[in-house]
Design a protein. Sequence first.
Lengths: 255, 255
Amino acid sequence: MNGRSALRLAKLQEALASGGTLHLRDAAEMCDVSEMTIRRDLTTHPSAISLLGGRLVMANYPGVTPIYDLTEQQASHYQAKYRLCQRALAFIEEGDTLFIDCGSTLIPLLSQLSHFRELTVVTYALNVANAVAVLPNVRLVLLGGLFYAASQSFGSDNIAASIERLGINKAMISAAGVDLERGVSCFHFHEVAPKQAAIATAMQRLLVVDASKFGVVRPAYFAALDDFDVVVTDEEGAPQLLTGQGSESPAVTVA
Amino acid sequence: MNGRSALRLAKLQEALASGGTLHLRDAAEMCDVSEMTIRRDLTTHPSAISLLGGRLVMANYPGVTPIYDLTEQQASHYQAKYRLCQRALAFIEEGDTLFIDCGSTLIPLLSQLSHFRELTVVTYALNVANAVAVLPNVRLVLLGGLFYAASQSFGSDNIAASIERLGINKAMISAAGVDLERGVSCFHFHEVAPKQAAIATAMQRLLVVDASKFGVVRPAYFAALDDFDVVVTDEEGAPQLLTGQGSESPAVTVA
DNA sequence: GCGTTGATGTTAAAATTATAACATTTAGTG
DNA sequence: CACTAAATGTTATAATTTTAACATCAACGC
């Protein structure tokens, strides 16, 4: 690594930080070196900047190349997430006020919301808010507070009260672990309060989880399985697993 | 416009909505048409998708091509904004708790904050939050509420109370109009409450505006010029203009 | 000073992407 | 069914981007 090289990268990073893209040509001129040098800077040092068809873009920015392209295997993995959200979508109705939980599970659902005439989305997650902000037909209510990077979400001491003040129709909740006996859990403790508040106040509670979460327990417990009205999942074998070896559990419908 | 064309675009948009990029090749395969057709779809219909070096990306996503590239004139226009923010930066100190206003003016400032060891940023704007969220050294407090797309910001009836509860050190306020007699104004009325609350509670109030805003009045008045301790601007002639033809106005320092 | 090393510049070739022109298919109409 | 027009596919060509190879230059130690 080179001092000057790092300096150039820093300069470019600053230029790109406010958004937009920078052509390799302009980047070279801006740094007063050749395009080749910029290319080499980029390949030598790894950095937050990535080169896309002759243009520099911030790689860690929400929308751009989170290091993955939607190709082959990943496309099929995307398909799985997509199908799960398709099932969840079936429960959404025109005019609903939805609580959308944090995490990546529900993100593919959000673009589908453009097909409705009018909806309201309540969330405490930045990535959810970004996906909803571009939809003109969806009113967005973001519950703010202190930002937690790990879950891309916000927390505050009165978030539960804020949620309970809203008329939430349906709560779409995600989880990192679902176990028959130990209940439903997630990674981060600051997610517990908003999840519980949404479950408490919503008219219908939907747990949206892919089957890989079954039998898993994570540090932060937030609900029992029968606190939910519906469990939306992606595997056919799931019903037995969840309702307990064929015993009747009328509180939970598995979709 | 064609029904199938629109359908393809919608499909691709959904695929891209959760982030990432999609190679033209894969997009064509996904839609079961030739690459040329995808290209034509993109050029015929305007859409949120843009093609960057053979890859499809969401154009309206925060980080990517907000329709502008940083080239030539625009690079110099960026330089102006950048210099303005450099001046504003001089007022920021290690450990500060900053209120950052909405709009695009202060965005270039945010990436510079990475040079500090520790800061806290309070904002009610989504674009500001996105820029700050990637900085590991800056604590982010986002004041939530109902989202207003026009200003990419949030509003709620208790936003003023939330701001006043925080220990804000310095308020960096932007404006769309600054006039000696008619005061400082912006476009949107929902911005008034948070701006005024920040001005009321902050220890130091800085107005950051480029000179093009001088002599302009916008619909929503929110402060008098001497409510600010410092006016940060980019033109040398500004002092006279603002302090009133050379008369003394000790309340306002122009940087 | 000389030679070495690392950084950078220059150039040519390869690969990829963009554009245009023309061929083919498809859907709709009388 | 034939005709038309729009949509799509195919191909060739142009433009651009990527890669590799080699040339230059400056800094540094001996």
